[in-house]
Design a protein around this ligand. Structure first.
Ligand code: GLY
Length: 254
């Protein structure tokens, strides 16, 4: 069964997914085709898929990362920052509860998994428009149960921490320095996103070490290849239109 990638189908209502700015046109059929490509990429990387059915009531439900955070043997079911997304967690808890022990973020905490970046034994948590201090404290208590520590990171200019910081390997992060305090990541080697690609460059590190990178970030892709990384380009335009990056579309359990 392991490694497992939980993914969730794309509902018709995805065209009404939340967006930070003006609403772009979202082509749901194209999003579904891109989602199939994403699933194939995960399977080729060795993951077994754990599919959760789409729910028309929740346009953003394909962005499964926001509804659950995996901390080793624990699945922390979040309380998403956007009230209209809170119902997404029920089906996620049902699926993950078959595999892992569950913990739940509770009121007044709000947190989106897109704000949670695990690097070794450290769990960086973005303090964003979606994630508050109450949830960061609660997540810190769950993290301590499995020997991990939490570091809060104020985030600006992007939706989630993982829009600004991506894991490249165990020692190296890709970072948008205008969105976070780089001093908080002083223990790591840092590569900066190419100028103009802060919102366009999204990276998902696969088990093999290969990096999946959005096709909308050619300069950052070139930078990563120059540094010796194996890169596979992924067209996720319809999900990017809804402020979603490549990590958002799966919950990976190793
Ligand atoms: N559309 C992603 C989000 O706003 O949560």
């Amino acid at each position: 069964m392991y490694p497992t990638a939980l993914i969730r189908g794309v509902p018709e209502s995805f065209s009404n997914a939340l967006v930070m700015g003006e609403r772009p046109a979202i082509d749901v059929e194209k999003a579904r085709a891109q989602h199939r490509g994403y699933q194939e990429m995960l399977q080729n990387a060795g993951y077994s898929l754990l599919p959760v059915a789409a729910d028309e009531r929740y346009p953003d439900c394909p962005f499964v990362e926001d509804a659950a955070v995996i901390l080793d043997s624990l699945a922390v079911i979040t309380r998403p920052g956007a009230p209209e997304r809170r119902g997404e967690t029920e089906a996620m808890a049902a699926a993950l509860g078959t595999l892992l022990a569950l913990r739940h973020i509770s009121d007044p905490g709000t947190i989106d998994g897109g704000d949670v970046l695990r690097v070794g034994s450290t769990v960086f948590v973005g303090r964003s428009t979606r994630t508050n201090d109450a949830a960061i404290v609660q997540l810190g208590e769950f993290a301590a149960e499995v020997g991990l520590n939490v570091v809060a990171v104020p985030v600006s200019g992007v939706l989630h921490l993982k829009s600004a910081v991506a894991l490249l390997d165990d020692e190296t992060l890709l970072i948008a320095p205008d969105c976070v305090d780089v001093g908080l990541f002083a223990n790591y080697s840092l590569l900066h996103k190419a100028p103009g690609e802060t919102h366009l460059a999204s990276v998902l590190r696969l088990r093999s070490g290969t990096l999946a990178v959005t096709t909308t970030a050619p300069a950052t892709t070139g930078l990563l290849r120059d540094k010796g990384y194996s890169v596979v380009s992924v067209d996720s335009s319809e999900f990017q239109a809804a402020d979603g990056g490549l990590t958002c579309l799966s919950v990976l359990i190793d």
